[in-house]
Each structure stands twice: as C-alpha cells, then as structure tokens.
Design a protein around this ligand. Structure first.
Ligand SMILES: [Cu+2]
Length: 354
C-alpha cells in the first residue's frame, strides 16, 4: 500500500513538473510559432467527450462506494437523541446528493455543448436578474432551513438538565485509558482534583477524601448502563485533551484538563438487543471471517469477536491513542442493580489500603 501511494505521489509530481515546463514554454514562445499549439476542432471535441467520460467516472465511483461501503456505516442509533441526529444527517446527505448529481451533469453537459469550434463566437451575457434570484433564493431557503433545524437539534442534545432523574457518571480520561466513576446512592459525585491523586492510597482519580459525597462513589473500568435511564456524564482529563466518543449513542465530548465538560443521553437498546440487529450481525460475521482467516495463517489473538458498545478516545492524544477504549454494557435495570451491588465503594477501596 505504501509503495502504491509513493508511486502515485511520484507520478503526480512528474505530471506537475511536465505541465509547469509546458506552461513555461508557452510563455516563452513567440506568437508566430504558437499555431501548432492552438486547439483545433478535433481537440475540442475530444476534450468534450472526455468531460462525459469523467462524469461517468464520478457517478460510477459514487454508485460503487454506496454498494461497497454502506455496510461499514454505524448501525441504527442506541440512544434517544440519536434517531433525530441520524435523520438530520440523512436529510442533509440526500439534499447534497441530489444537488451534486444534477449540477455535475449540467456542468459537464454545458462544457461539451459550448466547446470551442472554428468560427463559433462566445455570446457576451452580462446578467439575468431572474436566474440569479432563483439560484440565490433557493439555496438560501434550503440552507437556512438545514441550519435552523441543526441548531434546534444541537440545542436539544446539549441541554444537560436534571429532568427525568438522570444518573450521574464521571468519565475520567488519561493517557491512555478511561475510568468511570458512579455517583453512588446519593447520586452526587464527590469533589476531585488531579492534585489529590495519591497512588499509594489507590486514589487514582484524586477524590477529596474529606468530601462525604465521594464516600459512596464507585470507580470502575467497565461502564454499565441501565436501559432507558438518562445519564448525565461529567468528563475530566488528567493530562492532555481527549475526547469521549460513544459512536453507537451518537455522543461525543472533549475532555479538557482543568475543567469539567458534560454530555447527556438515554440508552434505548441493551447490548443483547443490539447484538440481534441485522447490521451488527452482518458486521460480526464479516469481522470473524477475517479473524478466522488470520488465525489460520498463524496470527495470534484472533479469537471470534463479539459486538459490544464502546467508549473511544477521539482526539489524537499520544502514541497509544488508538487503544484508548472502554467497554460499555447496556443492560436491564435488574442486571445493572446486581452488577452495582458487586462493586466496591470508594470508602471501601481506600480503607483497604490503609
Ligand atoms: Cu485520548
């Protein structure tokens, strides 16, 4: 692949140099010698048909990409706001697709129709108010509509409030892993600061030990969420800029050292339900076929993969950024309660090392 790319770059550089030399030659030649270089009707016709060839190429590659790569897109959203987000995206893409298909066809057709011809003279066409009004007003209305709808959706998604009894969870980012902290029975996170990190006392998140709100906090390395319960996330970073990205829930928020950022969503599908989704089933099948092939070739760690929701880092934060992830499990309230019961509170883990 690298060889192919290097080769492509070299060829493009060679073409660029060749074109530049040609331009230089043109600028140097006396006008009398230029006749051989002026395009004749055959040249123009040839170039006109090439325009059509290019049009077929871009349509072809569009159809090919839809056919070949649609399956690598994310499956349907697993959060409440995600459906609205996806719909906005879908409508934007449909409009872009229609406009691009039509304008490209017109652009290439007119290039062919009005190609250079011996004796043909260009018509000087100053302006046409009606035409200009049409191609200004229609895009203004469509774009203003999309922007207003987008702003409305964005405001809705970013409205972090305490309605519907949300659960409070902290996502803590550091090079190169995630830690989650549940607010416990009081649903209030204890105060924390990176200056209070005390590795000897296993206080890895820098919790304020004198804050009673923090005593029942639960620190975990795997995020469990009960389905249908709204979650208010509070993000912190220990070192550099990270970004908490939960693609299946259409959620993303920067984690910035020195401040707390927030995002809120309600998961609507359990992990078990999502594993039944036809797109997910298909993706698991395809992935495992590749893994089985690699395993047969002797590559290690190629056990079959099972779908899980995931929290990723979406800011290139250092060498192991690619591996900065945490598993998310969405489950029923009963399963969640049972799991939470088995976890230790901060006061217990701290006391254990005393
Ligand atoms: Cu990161």
């Amino acid at each position: 692949m690298t060889t192919l790319l290097t080769l492509a770059v070299l060829i493009l550089v060679a073409i660029a140099i060749w074109q530049m030399t040609k331009m230089f030659e043109f600028s140097q030649l006396a006008t009398s010698n230029n006749n051989a270089q002026v395009a004749n009707d055959t040249d123009n016709k040839y170039n006109g048909y090439l325009m059509f060839g290019f049009l077929i190429f871009i349509y072809g590659i569009t159809i090919f990409s839809f056919w070949k790569y649609s399956k690598v897109l994310l499956p349907e959203s697993a959060s409440e706001h995600g459906a609205e987000y996806d719909y906005l995206m879908f409508v934007s893409f449909v409009i872009i697709f229609i406009v691009q298909t039509l304008t490209q066809a017109l652009l290439h057709y007119f290039s062919f129709k009005y190609r250079g011809e011996e004796g043909k003279k260009a018509l000087f066409f100053a302006d046409n108010d009606k035409l200009e009004a049409i191609w200004t007003i229609i895009p203004v209305i469509v774009l203003a509509g999309l922007i207003l709808w987008g702003l409305y959706t964005w405001t809705n998604i970013m409205d972090i409030n305490d309605e519907d009894d949300p659960m409070v969870i902290e996502l803590y980012a550091q090079q190169f892993n995630w830690t989650a902290r549940y607010a416990g029975e009081d649903n209030v996170l204890g105060g924390a600061n990176v200056r209070m990190i005390d590795i000897d006392r296993a206080n890895v998140l820098g919790l304020d030990e004198s804050d009673v709100n923090g005593a029942d906090d639960v620190i975990v390395k795997e995020l469990h969420l009960p389905v249908g319960r709204k979650v208010n996330f509070e993000m912190r970073s220990q070192d550099v800029l990270h970004s908490a990205y939960m693609p299946h829930f259409r959620a993303q928020m920067n984690c910035v050292p020195g401040m707390i950022t927030k995002f809120s969503f309600t998961p609507t599908k359990t992990t078990a339900e999502m594993r039944q989704n036809p797109d997910v089933v298909d993706k698991v099948k395809r992935t495992n076929a590749i893994r089985a092939k690699k395993a047969a070739d002797g590559v290690e760690n190629m056990d079959p993969w099972e779908f899980d929701y995931i929290l990723l880092c979406n800011k290139i934060c250092g060498t192991s950024h690619y591996n900065m992830q945490m598993k998310i499990i969405v489950e029923t309230q009963e399963e969640y309660d049972a799991w939470m019961k088995s976890q230790q509170k901060f006061s217990q883990t701290v006391a254990a090392v005393q």
